[in-house]
Design a protein around this ligand. Structure first.
Ligand code: PRP
Length: 219
């Protein structure tokens, strides 16, 4: 009976969704409609496998999955940590690798060492708060920004930032550096806890095929 039910995927718009679709193609799951970049359609269906896909903004992916509007989501670990939703993380997809770091001018290193009350700008206020308050036991003022966070120290809005570092070129070009590393990041597959119980076989099958596809790629 459960095979008649569509399994719904929420994918984070952009590069992560493209990489996820490539991965699914490798294991024989295609969704041709989704490749049409000019389409304004929001939901795409693979009738044969009874799968549905939709694209959303990254921070909304864990929300759709927690409420069961999507059974499965693919999103960066940064977003999973920041949103802190009730979802199961079932697979590290291995792409989108980068690091969450405290960054700033070299001179800010001392402020971190001496546990000064500093200003921290970030698109990830919950991750920043957890790191400074719970791990470092340092009281700081956190300022939420929505992007181009590296501007924070440059225009003296903040002493440091908590942000994603991938190649490090944004930092270098702006005279900033990694001061402390918080955690490694990559794309993860998340699952709604009820879906995991109701559709265990289908979801496990999918996870195992993706894992096997990735391992075959490595050899
Ligand atoms: C991200 C991140 C850094 C940059 C890091 O920003 O916030 O600014 O990429 O990458 P790099 O180490 O390879 O330079 P994104 O491009 O997503 O835009 P945003 O600044 O608007 O968040």
């Amino acid at each position: 009976m459960s095979n008649d039910r569509y399994l719904t995927f929420a994918l984070c718009k952009g590069r992560l969704a493209d990489r996820t679709l490539e991965l699914l193609e490798q294991i024989g799951i295609t969704c041709e409609e989704m490749k049409d970049k000019n389409s304004r359609k929001l939901i795409f269906v693979n009738e044969e496998r009874k799968l549905r896909f939709f694209l959303s903004k990254g921070p909304d992916v864990p929300t759709y999955v927690e409420y069961g509007a999507a059974d499965i989501g693919v999103v960066g670990r940064d977003t999973i940590l920041e949103e802190n939703r009730n979802v199961y993380e079932v697979l590290d997809l291995g792409f989108g690798r980068c690091r969450m770091c405290v960054c700033g001018p070299a001179g800010a290193r001392d402020l971190l060492l001496h546990h000064e009350r500093i200003r921290v700008a970030s698109k990830y206020p919950n991750i920043a708060k957890d790191y400074f308050y719970n791990k470092k036991h340092q009281t700081v003022d956190i300022i939420k920004l929505n992007g181009s966070v590296e501007l924070g120290p440059l225009v003296e809005l903040s002493d440091v930032i908590v942000d994603i570092v991938e190649t490090g070129s944004t930092l270098r070009e702006n005279g900033l550096e990694v001061l402390e590393e918080i955690c490694p990041l990559s794309a993860r597959m998340i699952v709604n806890p009820v879906s995991m119980q109701m559709e265990t076989e289908r979801i496990k099958g999918l996870v195992n095929s993706i894992r096997a596809g990735r391992e075959a790629d490595r050899v």
